[in-house]
Design a protein around this ligand. Sequence first.
Ligand SMILES: Nc1ncnc2c1ncn2[C@@H]1O[C@H](COP(=O)(O)OP(=O)(O)OP(=O)(O)O)[C@@H](O)[C@H]1O
Ligand SMILES: [Mg+2]
Length: 114
Amino acid sequence: MTKVEAIVREELYEEIKDALSGIDIHGITVSQVMGCGEQRGYTNVVRGSKVAVNMLPKIKFEIVVSSDEWADRVVRTISRTAYTGSPGDGKIFVYDLKDAVRIRTGERGRQAIV
Ligand SMILES: Nc1ncnc2c1ncn2[C@@H]1O[C@H](COP(=O)(O)OP(=O)(O)OP(=O)(O)O)[C@@H](O)[C@H]1O
Ligand SMILES: [Mg+2]
């Protein structure tokens, strides 16, 4: 089992959600988060003076899938949909997942997510 975590531009939330649905991914967690990358945010000019805006609002997707093949599909779909080519397009992190539990049935591992 693999967990894919993607931090993306908030304005692309709908497109990414629809693209994941289009490849039959239905179990998704989404959060509104704040973050910064290599640029450490940006500077904004407020009433003539520069202020650092370090944290920008982003959307975080968390998706757990049963195999590496599915994880690759998810990574490719998000990469394609989240891409603009400008700084701040986001990051995708991939983790090995130890276990999962479907609380209603007690199923564990892959059974809990397929
Ligand atoms: N090393 C990291 N650890 C945790 N979160 C990160 C990391 N890098 C980026 N993020 C998260 O991803 C968001 C988007 O990052 P961003 O796309 O700006 O990355 P970047 O490395 O600066 O690449 P780019 O040069 O394309 O902007 C950040 O706001 C932050 O939430
Ligand atoms: Mg950046």
